[in-house]
Ligand binder design. Structure first.
Ligand code: NAI
Length: 336
């Protein structure tokens, strides 16, 4: 008989849920905003990840089409689609990891702060769903401005009594991916051999690549430092302008999100030595190098020795970050 929409959305398992129940010992992952520019390639790449056994694709538009398409890939993860806000709770129930690229992207001339009013409301609703349906899940928040959406999620979780700072992570991996690429170009190396810690915030000048701590050890001239810092800080704008109205970074972001989600899943599995940069609350300096484990962030590393240039950027980042946090608090708790 022809397959119907419901079968596609439910994962089309003719002979019981054996692949989910008895099958591969993977994790359950939900992508919220799965039909978007980031969401679609992210869903495809997560379907290819052997650590994933169940993949829930949720959006307020077009998720059935994306689900049908992705579900034809012959990889192990079972895919289920959820369309519309009334399916949010179902999409979230039982999840180990929730990845959130829901929201509007930047257009030319817009700053990340311009996105705040729209995306703040979306993140608030989604966070309420997570607090209710999967309060122990690791949350990877991509929706911008991460500097403010992470504090919003934190405040929602605090109100619901489910807040655990180890499990709420803003995804700044794209800054690291760009830094590795641009530094490798300057040094003439394979980007896979290069590791650049990027700390601070996730908007323009708040992004602080620690070029003094690049591995393999190297040094840069003043000109190279200025070029690299500026290109890493403005990488998002470079893509927004090149796309000329058609959105912001989606493909490199999906790649970065999967790299980060995979690290979170390896941590959940109990792998040793999983270290990445992420935007974490309850930190003096919000994006830092962290060790990921079974309960999310298990260790936060100090920033290490900074040079004079990095110290001066750090001071101005701290002031801006405080402002983002206050804005988020006003949004979630207007009376306070
Ligand atoms: P997009 O507009 O292509 O996709 C967003 C998706 O979210 C759409 O499918 C939309 O239907 C969905 N959506 C809207 N409201 C929703 C709701 N209430 N619940 C569930 N889904 C909802 O945008 P794109 O390019 O995928 O970007 C998504 C977000 O990621 C933007 O906020 C963007 O600024 C951010 N971003 C973050 C980066 C980072 O490094 N953290 C880098 C690039 C983008």
């Amino acid at each position: 008989p022809p397959i119907n929409q419901q079968q596609v959305e439910e994962g089309n398992l003719w002979r019981s849920d054996c692949r989910v129940k008895g099958g591969s010992p993977g994790f359950k992952v939900a992508i919220l905003g799965a039909a978007g520019g980031i969401g679609q390639p992210l869903a495809m790449l997560m379907k290819m990840n052997p650590l994933v056994s169940v993949l829930h694709l949720y959006d307020v538009v077009n998720s059935p089409g994306v689900t049908a398409d992705i579900s034809h890939m012959d990889t192990a993860a079972v895919v289920r689609g959820f369309l519309g806000q009334n399916r949010l709770e179902e999409a979230l129930t039982g999840m180990d990891l929730v990845i959130i690229p829901a929201g509007v992207p930047r257009k030319p001339g817009m700053t990340r702060d311009d996105l705040f009013n729209i995306n703040a409301g979306i993140v608030k609703t989604i966070s309420e769903g997570i607090a209710k349906c999967c309060p122990k899940a690791i949350v990877n928040l991509i929706s911008n401005p991460v500097n403010s959406t992470v504090p919003i999620a934190a405040e929602v979780f605090k109100k619901a009594g489910t807040y655990d700072p180890r499990r709420l992570l803003g995804v700044t991996m794209l800054d690291v991916v760009r830094a590795n690429t641009f530094v490798a170009e300057v040094l003439g190396l394979d980007p896979r051999e290069v590791s650049v810690p990027v700390v601070g915030g996730h908007a323009g000048v708040t992004i602080l690549p620690l070029l003094s701590q690049v591995k393999p050890a190297c040094s840069f001239t003043k000109e190279e430092t200025e070029y690299l810092t500026s290109r890493i800080q403005n990488g998002g704008t470079e893509v927004v302008e090149a796309k000329a109205g058609a959105g912001s970074a989606t493909l490199s972001m999906a790649y970065a999100a999967v790299k980060f989600a995979d690290a979170c899943l390896r941590g959940l599995r109990g792998d040793a030595g999983v270290i990445e940069c992420a935007f974490v609350t309850e930190l003096p300096f919000f994006a830092s190098r962290v060790r990921l484990g079974r309960s999310g962030v298990e260790e936060i590393y100090p920033l290490g020795p900074l040079n004079e240039y990095e110290r001066s950027v750090k001071r101005s980042v701290w002031r801006r970050q405080r402002r983002s946090w206050v804005e988020a608090l006003i949004r979630v708790c207007p009376s306070q």
